[in-house]
Design a protein around this ligand. Structure first.
Ligand code: UDP
Ligand code: MG
Length: 143
């Protein structure tokens, strides 16, 4: 288990509203990521502020948390060796205009804020962010 990481993947409100959830989910599966938990949720402004607490002092914090609580999101727990880096490469840089060709953010993102997906940035944050949304019994085991 030690080498297995977890990442929290989110399909953000812009993508759910634009009915891109199925397409993005399908691309995640086709890329070979293992989904061990999945649900649709709606964040309150307060819960979005809590999730992005590390960005509290940033100029984009108010707008980001308004956006993230503006509609339903799909949260997923992905598990695997090196899933943190692999998934971040798969989604691309924060700013869709800077993201590599063929990445999710490049293909569907419309601004640095509305960049359609989230991915955890370290193994520690991956575990913490998965726990933010999932009880252990809501996730698949190691079978
Ligand atoms: N964000 C923004 N403006 C910025 C930087 C980030 O609106 O200048 C938003 C964007 O939605 C991003 C989220 O805040 O995904 C979290 O920012 P972070 O720097 O952690 O980027 P990420 O890890 O999501 O690539
Ligand atoms: Mg981040």
């Amino acid at each position: 288990m030690t080498e297995k990481e977890r990442t929290l993947a989110i399909i953000k409100p812009d993508a759910v509203k634009r009915q891109l959830a199925g397409t993005i989910l399908s691309r995640i599966e086709r890329a070979g990521f293992r989904i061990i938990g999945l649900k649709l949720v709606r964040l309150s402004k307060e819960r979005a502020e809590n999730f992005y607490a590390v960005h509290r002092s940033k100029p984009f914090f108010a707008s980001l948390t308004e956006f993230m609580s503006s509609g339903p999101i799909i949260v997923m727990a992905l598990q695997g060796k090196r899933v943190i880096d692999d998934y971040r490469s798969f989604i691309g840089s924060t700013d869709p205009a800077q993201a590599g060709y063929g990445t999710i953010r490049r293909d569907y993102g419309t601004s640095i804020e509305r960049n359609v997906v989230h991915g955890s940035d370290s193994p520690e944050n991956g575990l913490r962010e998965v726990r933010f949304f999932f009880e252990e019994h809501e996730c698949l085991g190691d079978e």
